[in-house]
Write a protein that binds this ligand. Structure first.
Ligand code: CP
Ligand code: NVA
Length: 306
């Protein structure tokens, strides 16, 4: 494994499957009260420059369950907020901690933190990637469907962080992937060409369309995300118009496989990217997905910090 997990493409297919297997094991151990203090006396710093419910709580509880501890650090309190360069923050924090999770805007800042740190850096979401979420999503799909290879995943919505990490992760493990986004909101060319390359290598299909119906057709898994992500709040009105119709609802579900599952990383905006009816109908898998953040991230922490 590389030192850091900054993007989904940092992991090979084998490493993704290894993490998922360890995550299943750690979940079993937690449910059966089997002690798994793999990170005894180790400390994880958690830098948050954006809000979070699941990421913060799952990393904090995860470190505790692994026998270590965590520090919740925000840009309001850190000297970063007053302009201290990431290069210096990285080198100082590397002397105290054994790992850092960062949630920030720019991928380049997360990469800079990694470059100047001697300890593992984990991306807890940037504007372009959300790899921890995708590991939890894959874990949830495998729990539900028993396999990953050969299934079709349809992502309906914004071609940003979730879509980027999802398409790389799903294609790498041999899933077919279709993404439907409004024309000005597709993933970047860099991500689209990397995804095409992976699909060719794995012998799976990769479809990019502006038609949610085309993407959802016969899909085994439907996934969506908010229309206006953190940092895009001022575009909410514009996006509400652009994303009209890019919604998981019962009409779209009717086109997918009859046993299709629905995932949403949350928070959800009912009535926008997903109807309340579909969210509630698929609440079991959506909140399993939420819980699996804990188990999947514990596996990442063990792999990188042990
Ligand atoms: N899905 C996710 O990352 O949730 P939070 O923003 O609450 O951390
Ligand atoms: N795309 C969303 C994901 C939140 C977990 C955002 O970046 O706000």
């Amino acid at each position: 494994m590389k030192k850091d997990l900054l993007k989904m493409d940092d992991l090979s297919k084998e490493e993704i499957l290894d993490i998922l297997n360890l995550a299943d094991q750690l979940k079993y151990e937690q449910k059966h009260d089997i002690e798994h203090h793999h990170l005894k006396d180790k400390s994880l710093g958690m830098i948050f420059e954006k809000s979070s419910t699941r990421t913060r709580v799952s990393f904090e509880v995860g470190m505790y369950q692994l026998g270590g501890n965590s520090l919740f650090l925000t840009d309001r309190d850190l000297q970063i907020g007053r302009g201290e360069p990431m290069e210096d923050t990285a080198r100082s924090l590397s002397r105290f901690l054994q790992g850092i999770m960062i949630r920030t805007f720019s991928q380049e800042e997360a990469e800079k933190l990694a470059k100047y740190s001697s300890i593992p850096i984990i991306n807890g979401l940037t504007d372009v990637e959300h790899p921890c979420q995708v590991l939890a999503d894959l874990m949830t799909i495998r729990e539900n469907k028993n396999i990953l290879e050969g299934l079709k995943v349809a992502f309906i919505g914004d071609g940003n962080n979730m879509a980027n990490s999802l398409m790389i992760g799903c294609l790498k493990v041999g899933m077919n992937f279709a993404i439907a986004s409004p024309k000005d909101y597709t993933p970047s060319d860099v991500y689209l060409s990397r995804a095409t390359e992976i699909a060719e290598k794995e012998g799976v299909t990769f479809t990019v369309t502006t038609s949610p119906a085309e993407a959802a057709k016969d899909a085994d898994v439907l996934i969506t995300d908010v229309w206006a992500s953190m940092g895009h709040e001022d575009e909410a009105e514009l996006r509400t118009k652009a994303f009209e119709g890019f919604q998981i609802n019962k009409e779209l579900m009717a086109l997918s496989d009859k046993n299709a599952m629905v995932l949403h990383c949350l928070p959800a905006h009912r009535g926008e990217e997903i109807t309340s009816e579909i969210l509630e109908e698929h609440a079991n898998s959506i909140f399993d997905e939420s819980e699996n953040r804990l188990h999947a991230q514990k596996a990442v922490l063990v792999k990188l910090m042990k």
